[in-house]
Design a protein around this ligand. Sequence first.
Ligand code: HBI
Ligand code: FE
Length: 276
Amino acid sequence: MQTISVHDYAMECRAKGLRGNYEVCRPDFTVDQPDYSAEDEHVWHVLTERQTKLTSKYAHRSYLDGLKTLGLTDGVPRFDEVSRKLKKLTGWVIVPVPGLIPAESFFEHLAGKRFPVTNWLRTTKELDYIVEPDMFHDFFGHVPILTQPKFAGFMQLYGLRALEAIDLGGVENITRLYWYTAEYGLIDDGRGAKAFGAGLMSSFSELVHALTSPEAKHRPLDIATVIRTTYEIDKFQRVYFVLSSFDDLLTKFQAMDLAAMIGRARDLGTIDPDAL
Ligand code: HBI
Ligand code: FE
């Protein structure tokens, strides 16, 4: 299934200025978890202290339960330890990677219930924003809700469907679904909108924006709409999609006809968030 070698990908990443060391990757783009410096521990402490003040208010309780269960705020987490806990809950593990990996490998890991987590941390000079995903975004953002069986089921199915979407020429469409759920998703279980997406959980400014700004539009999640809605990676989202439950998301995703939906998305074209 692998279309790009580790070596070629490593050269591409170096050309793009990505930070991770890809030369030491295994063929599935995993690496070992290193030891961390005192600065890393300091950064982890500052980020988790600062962010939990916000998540306690704006995150959905399923995320908060997961964060507590996995103990992600007690120092830089060890991958093995978190994997052991997660495996008991939903069968998932986390695997260390040097940063962004090719989409196909990323999807294969998800399909195999392995969540790739970047193994390095931003520095004290980058507390607020960093272009690449780092360990704080991946661990603090994505991992807590992998403790939730229905969401974990969605992510595994996402990996499988995303691999099919590549063959159907719909990788952009399926990536938008990831963006508006796993990264920027909201959930309203009847008690008001709360956040669960990792891009929100790991952002000091956008989490508050998404849930309190009059400019942050909320729309009920409809998969056919989401896969047509464009996004920009370096600005606050103009629209956030709201689920009623992870069960609802999983059920709708299981029921959808991927090929038909990608075909229709191609015919109808993209949607600008302002048009929603
Ligand atoms: N690699 N490590 C990592 N993390 C991601 O979120 C990620 C990736 N590679 C590809 C990718 N995301 C995108 O293709 C998304 O569509 C999911
Ligand atoms: Fe992410």
